[in-house]
Structure formats: structure tokens, C-alpha cells
Design a protein. Sequence first.
Length: 212
Amino acid sequence: MGAVKEFYAARIEEGMREEEPKKRDYPILFDSYMVQAILTGIKTQTRRGFRSPLSKKMEPAHEIWHDGGEWIARKKNGQCYKLRFSCPYGKIGDLLWVKETMIFNENSNSYWPASDGYLKTANYEKKIPSIHMPKTAARLWLEITDIKAQRLQTISEQDAFEEGCGVAKIFGFSEIGQSNHREGFFAKWIAIYGIESYHENPWIWALKFKVR
């Protein structure tokens, strides 16, 4: 290729790179059990509640979906209306960096994942709660592959399995006496948000991801 062609080929390539959507990254908290589930490939989904007052605004909606530009809500009577909001965890293709409990070694100025079995062994090592973990210590980066807005209780058995919470049996939740992944997921949700949240059946973000 001649010098002129190489010059224009380089400019075209640069232009194509500039047109590619830039990925943003967002922090997301997981406990040690969920971190291990991600590392072993069991967990590929997570669900997070809508934040108030946005959650109250969603209550009249019967269905919510994204049309590629905006989120659309449909009422039970079939009426649709557009909603000007975005998912606080980003969009498809964006990245999530996992905040987890860490052990910080002041001598070496380094972090160790507490979920890997590290224990506080000396007075120069301290436990760092996940909420305070810095981005520089993140070892897990997740790429969002799908986002849906749905009611908490609409989760399927397969999606519950991919949540990585295991199985459980909650008395009174179903007529079938066998433990299942849906009730395992609900048990985890109730432990975090309370039984009232389950009965309210709130709108939640359902995120699918893959480890980068």
C-alpha cells in the first residue's frame, strides 16, 4: 500500500473507532457468596430494585420495555407512555466493576479478596467493607448483555437458577413441596430487603452479564 493510501486508511480506521460507542462503567455490590458464584460461572444475572421516587412512578405500569431509545410503559388498559429515565447500572455493553469485601495490607499497600479465604492476621491488615472498596482494587469486571424492567415475582425458574442463589423451600409460597431456585432467589431477596418487599412485588432491574 502506498503512502497516500496508508494515510487515508489510517484516517478511516480512526474515524471508525471514534464512531464506536464508548463503554461506561458503574460500581455494583455483591456479597462474598455471590462473588464466588460469579467466579465459578454459576451466577450470570442479578436483580436490583428501582430507586424511589422512580419506583412509585412505575406502579401504574403493567409492562415496561426499551425500544432502543427510550423506556416505554404500558398500562393495563393498553395505553402507552414514554418514560425519560435510564437504568442506573448503565446500558447493554457497559461494564460493572464489582465491589466486594477486601483485606487491605498497609505494609504492601495491596488488597486481598476476603471471599477467597483471607483472614485478618496482623495489626497492619484491616477489613474493608465492600461499599468502601476502591475501583483500583476491583478484580471482577462484568459486561452487561441484557437489561429488562420487570416485576420481582415474574422471575422464571431458569433465571432464578442463573441468579446463583441455590434452592430453598419457603412455607406457603407454593403448593409444590419440592425446593426450587425461584424460592431460593426469593429467600435471598427477603433476607436483604424484607418480606414486605416481596409482597409489594416491586419493579426491578434484571441484568444479564458476562465476565470480562
